[in-house]
Design a protein around this ligand. Structure first.
Ligand code: SF4
Length: 206
């Protein structure tokens, strides 16, 4: 049976969801596996499925690191913005997101992971590259952090990324309109996908 605090937390998660604008696409929807985004838009996770350590821990790490940088920015002598809103329109569809950290002319996205990859995941390059493109920053970096350390991958902003994003908007829109899930984009990230069962068994959720 749920404790009083759990009930309140589940309600708070629900309220947080309601605050999200729902007439737009989020950058993460376009950068992660589009099939996963399709399922998450058709079958949103319930608050009970969101009260999980694995989902909360990434947010907590972001909050801690960002507040640390903001608190000491004067002594560190840095020009920094955190959670910078990003908005872009493609074919009448508003795309929104929040860039983790803008430090001078460089965009940083922080990713927590159980295993640091040898090279950055494509979806993370897309996300960070898109933010950097929209914010007119010359470079973007993806910083992976796990229990054993950290690694940073930096790239120059590439104008070609916008064409990939446009194409993905089209694929996701068509899938939502037709009710047919987009093709699988299999990767190691499938292991963490909450829609893994429905995706591979091709069942519909009730
Ligand atoms: S299991 Fe993999 S391919 Fe299927 S929806 Fe999830 S991320 Fe995409």
């Amino acid at each position: 049976m749920n404790s009083k605090l759990i009930e309140i937390l589940l309600k708070a998660i629900e309220l947080e969801e309601e605050e999200h604008v729902h007439d737009t696409l989020w950058v993460t929807d376009l950068c992660q596996c589009l099939r996963r985004s399709y399922y998450s838009l058709k079958y949103p996770l319930k608050p009970e499925q969101k009260l999980k350590r694995s989902l909360i821990i990434g947010k907590s790490i972001h909050l801690y690191l960002e507040s640390l940088l903001l608190k000491h920015k004067d002594k560190l002598g840095i020009d920094i913005e955190i959670e910078k809103p990003v908005r872009y329109v493609i074919d009448g569809m508003v795309i929104r997101g929040y860039a983790d950290i803008v430090l001078g002319n460089i965009l940083y996205e922080i990713k927590t992971t159980s295993k640091i990859p040898v090279k950055p995941y494509f979806e993370h390059i897309l996300q960070a590259g898109f933010y950097a493109y929209v914010l007119h920053l010359r470079e973007f970096c993806i910083v992976y952090i796990n229990d054993n350390g950290y690694k940073e991958f930096c790239m120059e902003t590439n104008d070609g990324i916008i064409n990939i994003i446009k194409d993905r908007v089209r694929v996701l829109k068509e899938a939502l309109e037709s009710g047919k899930p987009p093709p699988r984009e299999k990767s190691v990230l499938c292991n963490y996908c909450p829609y893994k069962t429905i995706c591979f068994e091709q069942k519909t959720l009730t």
